[in-house]
Design a protein around this ligand. Structure first.
Ligand code: GAR
Length: 211
């Protein structure tokens, strides 16, 4: 059984999908706790599944390091096998990343290395991209730069708003995230054996996987 702590900042649709997947014992996933950097609406999903939650808000700390140290303490309290950033919208300092690496993964709404950062969907639209997508990757000390595990493409449609495109990406993202976590639980994807030098060697965005 793979034990997981999930960190979120927002509505938690990816979290909800993970909680539903964990409800099926065949998936071998157990969500131990859900943390957030604000009283995020997505925490309600955890409460519905009777999963404990914690909030560590940066404004209660003198600096980012002090905030992330307490966030890390909260995560470590549960001693998870894996930590999933599922819409967690803050950059974590190197001390946090190295304490959990390589068992710290993130889901991001673009085909990295394109459009890293907090506004990936908006940036893809502004750049006139015809195709964007989603990437699940291991977190390293950079912003959305860690080894990519899986990617899926999503077509940009004429007249797409940021909201419409993001919702279509999220529909694909939920499936991809669950599939990656399930593979880690099953041992078919071994994060400890990833070669940091072979950035993105595992990711193969599929061109015919438009949704
Ligand atoms: C997801 O699309 C996730 O990839 C994105 O925030 C959304 C959260 O949605 N994360 C980032 O942009 C991180 N750079 P959710 O709260 O409904 O799961």
């Amino acid at each position: 059984m793979l034990s997981v702590v999930v960190l979120i900042s927002g509505s938690g649709s990816n979290l909800k999908a993970l909680l539903e997947a964990a409800d099926n014992p065949l998936n071998g996933i157990r969500v131990l706790a859900v943390g957030a950097d604000n009283p995020a609406s997505g925490l309600e999903h955890a409460e519905l599944f009777n999963v404990p939650t914690f909030v560590v808000a940066p404004q209660n700390f003198e600096n980012r390091q002090a905030w992330s140290d307490v966030l890390l303490e909260n995560v470590k309290f549960y001693n998870p096998d894996l930590v999933v950033l599922a819409g967690f919208m803050r950059i974590l300092p190197p001390s946090f990343v190295s304490a959990l690496s390589p068992n710290l993964i993130n889901t991001h709404p673009s085909l990295l290395p394109e459009f890293p950062g907090a506004h990936a969907v908006r940036d893809a639209l502004a750049a006139g991209a015809k195709v964007t997508g989603v990437t699940v990757h291991v977190v390293d000390a950079g912003v959305d730069t860690g080894p990519r595990l899986e990617q899926r493409s999503v077509e940009v449609l004429a007249g797409d708003s940021e909201h419409d495109l993001h919702e279509r990406i999220k529909a694909v993202e939920r499936q991809l995230l669950i599939s990656v976590v399930r593979d880690i639980a099953a041992g078919t994807l071994n994060l400890a054996q990833l070669d940091p030098a072979s950035q993105n060697s595992l990711a193969q965005p599929s061109a015919n996987n438009f949704h």
